[in-house]
Write a protein that binds this ligand. Structure first.
Ligand code: EPU
Length: 337
């Protein structure tokens, strides 16, 4: 474990906002965990690549950058292989590595920015697949009981962009995850646009690698690249409402995109609500909404964390006023109140 000679976080958040913490550490080797857990730390927060956090203020504590590396197949049966991946690995590189091992199950999650350790926190999901579909185990350091724990996926309270790690922020430091992957492809092509993309690529019988390529192509078309236009992906969750409420909304807004959840509720498109309120491509100083996708807040250069947070609140208010719906922020927000 080493302490960095800086407390600046600008290079450690994909919104690229200026912020400081009290001390900045890096965890590169598992054997350094013992030293880390014995060091007196103030409000320690573990951070991956900072692709799902908004520093609206400085962080009033210590930050540990998780850079634990390593990936291995730990077990296999005829049908499945179990892969353990250390938390500091880049997520997309890990997806590609898994494809190279001839395994499938997470190809729809290609190109999601961030690290492997961040994936269970918000149960990352895209193109009809969520991490919870393949997650088997999470190994973490439990700061409440000061011991390493192995959490089965069922114990992680995974749901749409939510988990025990999010609900009990900073209790668990995720060290590695184990995924259960298929040795025979089981492709999920149901998400609108995915099959059409494969058709347009001239691929009739796709392999998992083709699905990953199609997903990458869709993401590049729809979502601004955070390395070129700083952002954290979707800034709001898609609201889940009961079907009676949905029917009321559809009377006034018949074109509102919605997806039944298999119970008495439906997910509705937050991007559509925001666009309807006139915010797509909107800009206030350097804080803005992408003109490609209305769910993505972007930093055009010099926006501060508070500029972005104020814009987010303005959008929440506009959606509340127009639709009587409250949008929940998806990333973790660091702010004083
Ligand atoms: N739409 C608009 N305006 C826009 C963009 C989209 O009206 O500017 C409407 C379209 O009608 C479209 C619908 O919204 O049919 C859904 O759009 P999209 O397929 O882009 O998906 P999303 O619901 O906006 C979610 C995830 C994304 C994920 C995509 C693809 C959330 C909060 N976001 O977005 O995840 O990539 O589906 O599966 O669930 C992320 O979490 O950072 C993220 C990018």
């Amino acid at each position: 474990m080493k302490q960095l000679p800086t407390t600046k976080l600008k290079d450690h958040n994909s919104f690229s906002v200026a912020a400081n913490c009290q001390r900045l550490f890096v965890l590169e080797h598992l054997q350094d965990l013992a030293q880390l857990t014995q060091t007196p730390l103030h409000k320690p927060m573990m951070l991956g690549a900072g692709t799902n956090i908004l520093f609206a203020t400085d962080y009033p504590g210590d930050i540990i950058l998780n850079r634990l590396q390593g990936r291995q197949i730990i077990d296999a049966t005829d049908k499945h292989a179990y892969v353990r991946i250390q938390a500091g690995n880049n997520w997309h590189e890990s997806v590609i590595w898994i494809l190279e091992q001839g395994l499938s199950g997470i190809e729809n999650l290609a190109l999601i920015p961030g690290t492997v350790g961040a994936a269970p926190i918000q149960n990352i999901g895209a193109y009809g697949v969520e991490l919870s579909d393949t997650l088997e185990l999470v190994e973490a350091w439990d700061r409440k009981h000061m011991r390493a724990v192995m959490l089965k996926a069922n114990d992680c309270q995974l749901s749409y962009r939510d988990s025990i790690f999010r609900q009990q922020a900073d209790r668990f430091w995720i060290l590695n995850i184990t995924l259960k992957l298929s040795r025979k492809p089981r492709l999920r092509l149901g998400y609108s646009g995915l099959k059409q993309k494969l058709d347009s690529m001239g691929i009739a019988n796709p392999l998992p690698g083709d699905v990953a390529a199609a997903v990458c192509s869709l993401r590049r078309e729809k979502l601004p690249d955070p390395t070129l236009l700083p952002n954290v992906g979707s800034f709001f969750k898609n609201p889940i409402i009961d079907n009676t409420h949905l029917q009321q909304l559809l009377q006034n807004y018949p074109e509102l995109p919605h997806w039944g959840q298999g119970d008495a509720s439906s997910k509705i498109s937050a991007a559509w609500l925001i666009e309807k309120c006139g915010y797509k491509g909107y800009r206030k100083g350097a804080a803005g909404i992408s003109d490609q996708h209305a769910l993505i807040l972007v930093n055009h250069g010099s926006a501060s964390g508070i500029d972005l947070w104020k814009l987010a609140k303005e959008i929440q208010n506009a959606v509340q006023l127009e639709f009587k719906l409250s949008l929940q922020a998806e990333p973790r927000i660091i702010h004083s109140s």
